[in-house]
Design a protein around this ligand. Sequence first.
Ligand code: SF4
Length: 650
Amino acid sequence: QFSLLSSPIDIGRVTVKNRIVSSGHDTGMSVDSAVSDQLVAYHRARAAGGVGLIVLQVSGIHETARYTTHMLMATDDSAIDGYRRIAEAVHPYGTKVFGQVFHPGREMMESLDGSRPVAYSASNAINDRFHQVPAAMPKDMIDEVITGYADGAERMRKGGLDGTEIVASHGYLPAQFLNARFNQRTDEYGGSYENRLRFLRDTVRAVRDRVGPDFVVGLRISGEEMSEDGLVIDEVVQACRDLDADGLLDYISVTAGTSATLGGAVHIVPPMSQQVGYTAPISAQIKKIVDVPVMVAGRVNQPQDAETVLANGQADLCAMTRALICDPEMPNKALDGELDSIRACIGCNQACIGHHHAGYPISCIQRPESGRELVYDLPNPVVRRKSVMVIGGGPAGLKAATVAAQRGHEVTLYEAERRVGGQVLLAEQLPGRAEFGGAATNIIAEAQRAGVNIVTRHRVDGDFVRASAPDAVIVATGSVPRQPEIEIMDEPTILEARDVVGGVELPHGRIVIADWRCDWIGLGVAQMIVQKGRKAVLCVDGYMAGEMLQQYVRDDMLAAAHAAGVEIVTNVRVMGVDEDTVYLQHRLSGQPVMVEDVAATVFSLGPLPENSLVRELDDVGCDVIAIGDAVAPRTVEEAILEGLKAAWNI
Ligand code: SF4
């Protein structure tokens, strides 16, 4: 079925066994800028799952390249041992592994000593996203940095990696030199196209000279930076053609976006609203004009999509990084024809890049075992098979039931509604969030495969539990919407976010959404209201709508809401509502704010635990474990992790 995806390919003098790639991505798993046991375990799991090529996360090649506190550094020989440990972990599975040599230029975020570092770039062109004014890199520093790329690549070779990738993507340093809008130098590294390409050209040559012909040297570049003043495809095609003609590169890895602006950064890890494989037409243009293999990244989530990209001749390899975070076994399952058992990534960004931005190790909302390979290593078989009753079929209950069954317990899950899936069923109905439903599809299928007996339309009470006499009970009964505690005068129309998602008839006119959660619900409901031809005023109890979301998802949803004409009022709390006015208070100044001519007010105040059953089970005589929203409001990610933890020790 996957004749192209499963076929080997030569990259330079290295043969990669299939076309599936885990591309370079920050993991947050380095310790003291070095490879950790967890990072080794993370990559070993992907190699065991059948991936053909792993490209490690960036390694800084100069002290001025240290853009986060939790990145790898390749600036001295102590890095070699870490590369060796990863190489030794993945090579037994036939997986090849490359490193990334990296300098962010002006895209600096943090420093080790707690002060904001000086960012260096081609010249002083400002960075809008991190509000940096970089220093122009002096000539002697350019020489040092280029030598740093070569030093880093050599350390990767000494550590037993199979290759290295020069990172010129996402607006990082080589792209800053290449871009005429940012490079205002007047020396041999600025001005003409030839001069602006010189930094990258010199870097490629320095790396190749140092590592020799047997070690793979590749280039990662954004085919389109998708941002005002960013590199555009014609410029990138020209650079790729010229670098390819030099004959020193073994492959080109094409991605999109730039770290330089909010709009461009969305494409670094594109959320679910972006079309599957949307960058493939860009890589196709580069593939047309170079002789070396081309790799593409950008929402290629499923093996079927990857096979299509290859069949269309748009790329030679597909980076499927999030698909592999979500299901490290994806390559083996795909190539063995077990497509139904693949846990597909839904592009939510919450636990992968979301964790990275929050400063802790990456994981997956659907698979909390990812990034925790040293702690959760299935099958963890049970010592004694027990009967386990799980009450509630939301994400927490489904995960707990699945893991308990996978470990060998006899598990029955009871759900009061006609469908299992809980809050995921709500999320999938919002504009641009349909793919979220995949999380429910995946986990339901996993539960069924694990042998969980799922019983729907069955509300469990204490008597039923006592009569069933299970060995253990997991209560995952979810939540109820929190009600507004405000002054209500006359007879205003008041709705709850779930009503709108459920399709309740809306009055015509202006509708206020009182959003305390600052997550996807308020933004999604506001867009839904606009789609129904009403005006939406989103009043958020925070600094911005979507404040709690991963930033690329947030910015993507904010852009969509803005384009749809949603009016957003920030930092306000609802104090009262009457027939046509919503009375708010500014959270910082305390000043009153009013929204008039209001036809209805929709509250999105978050849930309260529904845990009455826990109290009923005081005397049930077996272990009772409450998880998920039944304990306190949980995100889908938190709920699934709690399900895993609860089932791990039964
Ligand atoms: Fe995919 Fe979401 Fe998991 Fe990230 S957290 S790998 S986007 S499903």
